[in-house]
Design a protein around this ligand. Structure first.
Ligand code: SAH
Length: 405
């Protein structure tokens, strides 16, 4: 097997079980490994550290499959890792059992994340389950190398009808991989209907954001919905209506939803109709959130609840400052538009902004808005997006529910 030998003292993060080997830590590569092939990672004294997938052009030169010297990386290994991921989702009730069929024991939810990459010890691999259709996203040379083996294992274990591949995220370019969006197994439809917390949603798996739906917000949509009863709600960055419909179904007095994407809004309205949630109180508006919040401020419009779930402003820490300005701006305006006793549900999915920085930004926004507010709940990604203790980068979604005095 090819070998990747580290520079002296550069083994520390691997000893802490962090799964990435950066290019700067590598002294030599022996044996001419091809992209995605398994290499043995050795310290400068040639002691075994890990087996990893080699990625010649990426800054992340290798991603660890296993730290166990006795474990070979092959189809059986991948099947065991997938079994562990399934067992975790079964324990949440999303699957009847890891070895049985797809049928969920949670009839009010049939869409969830089955494999969350590094946090499920399958670096670079994301698999989302939408009913009996799987969406597969490979983001690393290693998961790309094993793509067909992984697809066959998933199809067999999940008894899925089809797999669609959404390997079209920008980060693939960093790995030197082409963009792919198409059929991987079977004949997946471009659109599927899912159930989440008892509500129905149409999901465009071929053209929607990420793999089609923001599954990481499932429990937060439920929680925010519960708090929306009898309230006038403003949902900013509504996408296909996730938070809006949870709020409406839970008895919000009115829900005004804003997004800049006409396609997302049109699907949101189909979703509203699918759940028979229509009427004068439910309004969909195509606009830029930064602008419309200013317009509402100038018009002195107010709300009892404002939801802010913007797209990622900062993927890395180097972009945190610019992102902070964006978060501060919308949170400040939201605090101004909230009535006294109103609730702000505010989120950040930027990996480059950690939970404590996000809380500081929101605190600064309240201060500059001249508002007193308290955090009444901290929210995070739903547990089918686990966070490995050895891979803190896996914790990307944070949310605060704030009460304005
Ligand atoms: N809350 C949603 C997910 C939001 S994703 C859910 O639960 O499903 C972020 C959304 O913000 C996308 O739909 C995108 O179209 C929208 N968006 C991005 N920039 C925007 C802007 N400046 N103004 C309004 N919407 C924007």
């Amino acid at each position: 097997m090819a070998e990747l030998i580290l520079k002296a003292e550069r083994e520390k993060s691997l000893l802490r079980r962090h799964p990435w080997v950066f290019s700067g830590a590598v002294e030599t590569v022996r044996g001419n490994p091809q992209p995605g092939q398994t290499v043995e990672v050795l310290d400068s004294k040639k002691h075994f550290l890990a087996r990893a997938a080699y990625s010649p052009v990426s800054q992340i030169r290798a991603r660890v499959w296993t730290f166990d010297e006795n474990e070979q990386v092959d189809a059986e290994f991948l099947a065991r890792r997938i079994d562990s991921a399934l067992a975790l989702r079964s324990s949440f009730g999303y699957l009847a059992s890891s070895s049985e069929s797809q049928a969920s024991s949670q009839p009010d939810c049939d869409a969830f994340r089955l494999i969350h990459a590094e946090s499920d010890l399958l670096p670079g691999l994301i698999v989302d389950c939408y009913g009996d259709v799987l969406v597969f996203q490979s983001l690393s040379a290693g998961s790309e190398y094993w793509r067909d083996v992984l697809a066959d294992i998933l199809l067999a274990k999940m008894r899925a009808s089809a797999i669609h591949e959404r390997s079209d995220a920008d980060v693939r370019e960093l790995e030197g991989l082409p963009i792919r969006n198409g059929v991987l197994r079977g004949s997946p439809p471009a659109q599927v209907a899912i159930t989440e917390n008892g509500l129905r949603f149409l999901v465009n798996i071929a053209s929607g954001h990420k793999t089609g739906f923001y599954l990481d917000q499932r429990l937060n949509r439920k929680r925010v919905g519960e708090l929306a009863k009898d309230k006038d709600v403003l949902n900013c960055f509504c996408y296909t209506g996730g938070f809006s419909l949870h709020a409406a179904a839970a008895g919000a007095r009115s829900v005004l939803s804003v997004d800049s994407s006409a396609d997302a809004l049109s699907l949101a309205q189909e979703n509203a109709a699918l759940n028979r949630l229509t009427g004068d109180g439910l309004i969909w508006r195509e606009a830029d959130v930064f602008q419309i919040l200013r317009k509402f401020r100038d018009e002195r419009r107010t709300f009892d609840m404002i939801i802010l779930d913007p797209p990622k402003f900062a993927a890395t820490f180097s972009q945190a400052e610019k992102a902070a300005r964006g978060y501060k701006d919308i949170n400040l305006l939201a605090f101004k538009l909230l009535r006294s006793g109103g609730i702000l549900a505010t989120f950040s999915c930027s990996g480059g902004v950690d939970a404590s920085l996000f809380q500081k930004i929101v605190a600064g926004a309240a201060l500059d808005a001249g508002v007193d507010a308290s955090i009444i709940e901290h929210l995070e990604q739903s547990p089918d997006h686990p966070i490995s203790l050895h891979f803190p980068e896996g914790a990307y979604l944070k949310g605060l529910i704030c009460l304005k005095k």
